[in-house]
Design a protein around this ligand. Structure first.
Ligand code: ADP
Length: 409
């Protein structure tokens, strides 16, 4: 029977998964460390809550599923759909050795991936209010696996871990110290994506890998990370995933006085505020029509244009701030949904950052790079697709003693 390791990245509207497989022959030949693991499947159920769709590709990138699912499907239903599809595909020929999960918030305590125990789950549930858009779904995935595969070890990999080790000054929340006890500090997020980019920089962009690099993770959540020699020095997300850049439905940095105004003058409750800040602001709030960059770029509505202008403006402004943190920049890397797919947004951010010494090669930019700056550009620019699932797979393999397992790309 072949061995399998599963990676799950469960969000509010999507459930992404990867399956790694080690054939039985390899298992017999080399024990737990036999280096024969390979990506077997990668896919997702997206549109949960609206129009759910199941797509999957096998290890050679051939499509093996593309199905519309029942519109009423909720998060739990998505697990059921995935579990029965996997059962049908693998039959009885699958032994699951471990499951790795993306968990957005590890708080101050979890600076590294960790094997999930009941005690760990108590700690992680306490962090739900700090990441209401992600943490409940990440933990629901752990619960769903415990129910269906009792006894299979699970590993939680945190979006905050990569940033631990930042200089103390980058972690400060400048409020009275007694109010900050209990974990009020800047954490930073998208760490699994940044860790992946840091891991491939020596191959993908060797001339900047050990220098000063700003990575722009621009997806429905968006942030920047300032790296020196592939280590996080600072990032634009802080205590929660609300700070920094303008995002699909989150505002990024705003004057905290606005929050006081919403509470004191407009009478919003804490729950109303949470909904406004996590679900109604950012690109959606400004444009009034969409949180999807594709729709906004296609629109001629003035507010849609303003939303795109603000997104680019904030990105360029905060690239400038992180350039100051690093004392100069050697390279700028774009990744995630918008960063990987939108030549227009990359072009506009690079144009707004030309003063730093970025000279964009428009043809390379349209072709998605990987290098998108001209050879003589003082600061180079790059597109590097992220792969958070691979980082989770590596950590899961390492922690469960399946090392040698999950391939490098
Ligand atoms: P997440 O994983 O946080 O859901 P992704 O990294 O998948 O986010 O990014 C999703 C976003 O990427 C979408 O909301 C969409 O706005 C944007 N996106 C994807 N493709 C394109 C494109 N071709 N042009 C502009 N934006 C795009």
């Amino acid at each position: 029977m072949d061995d399998h390791a599963i990676v799950l990245n469960a969000g509010s509207s999507s459930l992404k998964f990867s399956i790694y497989r080690r054939p039985e022959a390899a298992n017999r030949g080399g024990g737990a460390s036999a280096p024969f693991w390979a990506l077997d499947l990668r896919g997702q159920i997206d549109g949960i809550g609206t129009s759910p769709r199941f797509t999957a590709k096998d290890g050679s990138d051939a499509r093996v599923a593309d199905d519309r699912l029942d519109a009423g499907l909720d998060g739990r239903g998505a697990f059921d759909a995935l579990a029965s599809w996997l059962r049908a595909r693998y039959g009885g020929d699958a032994r699951v050795l471990g499951v790795g999960h993306r968990v957005v918030h590890g708080g101050a305590k979890y600076a590294r991936p960790t094997v999930v125990t009941p005690e760990v789950l108590v700690d992680l549930r306490a962090l739900v209010p700090l990441a209401p858009l992600h943490q409940p779904y990440n933990l629901a995935a752990i619960d769903a696996v415990s129910e269906r595969l009792p006894g299979v070890p699970q590993v939680a990999c945190f979006d905050t871990s990569f940033h631990r080790g930042q200089p103390a000054v980058a972690e400060v929340v400048p409020l009275p110290r007694d109010l900050c006890r209990g974990g009020v500090q800047r954490y930073g997020f998208h760490g699994l994506s940044y860790e992946y980019i840091a891991s491939v920089l020596p191959q993908a962009a060797p001339e900047i890998a050990h220098g000063r690099v700003i990575v722009a993770h621009l997806g429905s959540g968006a942030s920047l990370c300032a790296m020196k020699d592939r280590k996080s020095m600072d990032s634009t997300l802080g205590f929660t995933a609300l700070d920094g850049l303008c995002m699909g439905t989150r505002p990024g940095s705003i004057d905290p006085g606005v929050i006081l105004h919403l509470v004191q003058t407009l009478g919003l409750s804490a729950k109303d505020l949470e909904t406004v800040l996590y679900k109604k602001s950012g690109l959606l709030g400004i444009s009034g029509v969409s949180n999807d960059m594709r729709n906004l770029l296609d629109s001629s509505e003035p507010d849609a244009r303003l939303a795109v202008d603000y997104f680019v403006y904030q990105a360029a402004k905060q690239i400038g701030a992180l350039a100051a943190v690093l004392g100069g920049v050697d390279g700028l890397v774009f990744t995630a949904g918008i960063g990987e797919n939108s030549a227009e947004i990359r072009k506009r951010i690079c144009a707004a950052s030309a003063w730093l010494g970025i000279d964009l090669d428009e043809e390379a930019n349209r072709a998605r790079g990987p290098r998108i700056s001209r050879p003589a550009s003082r600061v180079s620019a790059w597109v590097i697709p992220t792969n958070e699932e691979l980082i989770i797979a590596r950590h899961t393999g390492m922690l469960l003693g399946l090392l040698g397992t999950v391939p490098r790309v």
